[in-house]
Design a protein. Structure first.
Length: 123
């Protein structure tokens, strides 16, 4: 492996470390469930993605095979992390967990959308 590839892999690992660390700090420091959920979802997606790209540079073997595996990991993260966060937010909202006082805009309706007064789907 060339020194240029080692330097680039090191930089990508440091970027991944920084994003993951910021996501962990956000998880501890943010005031409510919704913001705590947001920090690790966004930050660790970028952190793990850069670490996977760093792995492409240092893992020996066929570069195409390793690159395809890394891109599959990155695609899986970018598809599943937002969906999982959205599902957790909806479940928390349905469970009655309110956002913090500092939240200025709350666009989520208090009643389920698409249901009439009898609890049956509207239509």
């Amino acid at each position: 492996m060339t020194s240029g590839a080692e330097i680039l892999a090191s930089v990508l690992l440091l970027i991944g470390l920084a994003f993951t660390l910021l996501g962990s700090v956000g998880l501890v420091r943010f005031p409510d469930f919704y913001t705590r959920m947001h920090a690790p979802t966004k930050a660790t997606t970028l952190g793990v993605s850069s670490m996977a790209l760093a792995a492409v540079l240092v893992i020996p073997g066929g570069i195409v095979a390793v690159l395809m595996k890394a891109l599959t990991i990155i695609a899986f993260l970018f598809l599943t992390a937002p969906i999982g966060a959205h599902m957790m937010a909806r479940a928390a909202r349905s469970g009655g967990i309110a956002p913090c006082e500092e939240t200025r805009i709350d666009e989520m309706p208090t009643e389920p959308v698409g249901e009439d007064d009898g609890g049956h789907p509207a239509g």
